[in-house]
Write a protein that binds this ligand. Structure first.
Ligand SMILES: [Zn+2]
Length: 343
């Protein structure tokens, strides 16, 4: 990317209150049928406009057309029975009622490709689109067919690769795979997780990103974070594996977290999307705070490989807060750009 320190959000933005209940994670739609289709497209327009107004360099969909970052994708697949639900422990952290895999999984039709074409027509800036990662997908389901987490993840990787290739053809420049599960199942990441992720990204000309975070600012996550001790070192296990992988970019959280920033050194040579906005705190960062977070990473990542970003999605926040945080991200990045250029 030609611009220094290109900015972007990681994932979701709050939805308009006429589309879904505000400040609620995974809120059900307020519209139905053709009105819902139109509402989701309108929300995509708004999200693109808000990102451009804030001055972000890379535009994302803000997850305006999906209710849940994993489930909405799975809803489009065959082999999954949404009426047959089981309660499972998600990310070893909280119980949720999830659908069941009852047969071979397959993608019946494109999931987000029409939405991506809509977004492509709205902006000339580079587009980033997030998909769930294979390990995070299997963690959000009950499997009554494959009997192997790895095998089911491989099936999902093949499906994700089909979708990613079509998103690329629709004009998406950056494909991001969300793998919060990579911070939890460290043995699986080592034995098959990274390899399966590479399969999902195979053959893409688009830049590929893996986003690994400590989750939204919901209670189950903040309670979990409280158990992780004074230093969060999960990335220490995964970053060397990702550095050796074919994935171009790693997205991680920094601001407000207990991740020692020196762990980013383990990614040397990769592009790093660094979270300089805390999505678990409604207070809007000052530009100086954003610049401080980014500057602290410059010892361990080259400036031309650093991408200022948010820690995670902003769906549970008020819209005005999310807008303020996007502007703070841009303003803080501009401070650092000025420092680096000596002006
Ligand atoms: Zn995240």
């Amino acid at each position: 990317m030609s611009i220094l320190l290109p900015t972007s959000i990681v994932g979701s933005l709050p939805k308009p209150s006429w589309l879904a209940e505000p400040e609620t994670l995974w809120s059900p739609w307020k519209l139905e049928g053709a009105e819902l289709d139109e509402g989701r497209r309108d929300a995509l327009h708004l999200a693109a406009a808000e990102q451009a107004l804030a001055g972000l360099d890379i535009i994302a969909d803000g997850e305006q057309t999906r209710q849940h970052f994993v489930t909405t994708f799975i809803e489009h697949l065959s082999g999954v029975d949404f009426a047959r639900r089981e309660t499972v422990r998600i990310r070893d952290r909280y119980d949720a009622s999830v659908p069941t895999v009852v047969g071979p999984v397959g993608r019946e039709r494109p999931v987000f490709v029409d939405d991506a074409a809509t977004l492509r027509a709205l902006t000339d800036r580079p587009l980033k689109w997030a998909l769930p990662g294979p390990m995070t997908m299997i963690d959000t389901l009950h499997d009554a067919h494959y009997g192997s987490r790895e095998e089911l993840a491989r099936e999902f990787a093949a499906i994700l690769n089909q979708e990613a290739r079509e998103l690329e053809a629709a004009g998406v420049d950056i494909i991001q795979f969300d793998e919060p599960a990579f911070n939890v199942f460290l043995d699986d990441v080592r034995s098959w997780g990274v390899e399966v992720l590479e399969r999902a990204a195979e053959g893409l000309r688009a830049e590929t990103v893996v986003h690994i975070c400590y989750g939204y600012g919901i209670k189950a996550n903040t309670d979990w974070k409280a158990t992780l001790g004074p230093q969060w070192r999960q990335y220490e296990e995964t970053f060397p594996l990702l550095r050796a992988s074919s994935i171009d970019t790693v997205s991680l959280e920094s601001r407000g977290s207990r991740v020692p920033v020196e762990l980013v050194e383990l990614l040397r040579g990769k592009t790093v999307m660094l979270g300089a906005i805390d999505v678990a705190d409604p207070r809007i960062e000052t530009p100086q705070e954003v610049a401080d977070t980014l500057r602290a990473a410059l010892d361990v990542v080259d400036a031309d490989l650093l991408r200022p970003s948010t820690n995670c999605g902003m769906a549970p926040l008020a819209r005005t807060v999310a807008q303020g945080k996007m502007r703070a991200l841009v303003a803080g990045t501009e401070l650092l750009r000025a420092e680096l250029s000596g002006s």
